[in-house]
Design a protein around this ligand. Structure first.
Ligand SMILES: [Zn+2]
Ligand SMILES: [Zn+2]
Length: 188
């Protein structure tokens, strides 16, 4: 179904649907592209949003971030926002085409002054994925496919991964192989 348009919750104007980004389910975002990009460019606003993202991640209310429960927010909101706005503005000037995100230099360290930096989203994601197994509970390993920690016994070996175990658990690997096999069979 195509939506013709909607009212932007920020500028309160009715705009055509092409003036909005669409979510993956096809629903239009609540704020128009113009309002979003204005907000994105304002370092103060970006810093506020970054604070809330970190705050909520550490609360782990949705249960998606159990690995964050051991980290503490050791910096006050105002101090963080000041640091973040300045660093963000400098970063954006140097990397105009990248998307920034707040990163902890030492992944074992807390959210505190001196351990924070701004990295591109891509770099940060790569770093986070690589570090999943730094936080693994004893005897467990992270499966990328099922996105959770599972018993290390469920994993094959991988000489180049950080704990010597495969990136996906055996159950996922056999599921992947089964689907591949089906695909090949159907092509014939
Ligand atoms: Zn708007
Ligand atoms: Zn798995």
């Amino acid at each position: 179904m195509d939506t013709i348009g909607r009212i932007c919750t920020k500028c309160k104007r009715w705009k055509k649907s092409k003036r909005f980004h669409q979510r993956s389910n096809g629903v239009l975002q609540t704020r128009c592209k113009r309002c979003l990009s204005k907000e994105y460019k304002d370092p103060k606003k970006w810093a506020q949003a970054a604070w809330f993202r970190i705050y909520h991640r550490l609360q782990n209310k949705n249960g998606n971030n159990p690995s964050y429960e051991k980290f503490e927010l050791r910096i006050g909101r105002r101090e963080f926002e000041q640091w973040c706005a300045v660093t963000y503005a400098e970063w954006v000037a140097k990397n105009p085409d990248d998307k920034p995100s707040v990163d902890r230099k030492d992944p074992h360290g807390h959210y505190e002054r001196g351990n924070l930096q701004i990295l591109s989203m891509v770099e940060n994601g790569r770093k986070r994925l690589f570090n999943k197994n730094l936080w693994a509970p004893p005897g467990k390993s992270w499966c990328r496919k099922c996105s959770r920690f599972r018993s290390a016994k469920l994993f094959g070996r991988h000489p180049h991964s950080m704990n010597g175990l495969a990136y996906n658990c055996k159950l996922c690997v056999s599921e992947i192989n089964r689907l591949e096999h089906l695909k090949r069979k159907n092509r014939r």
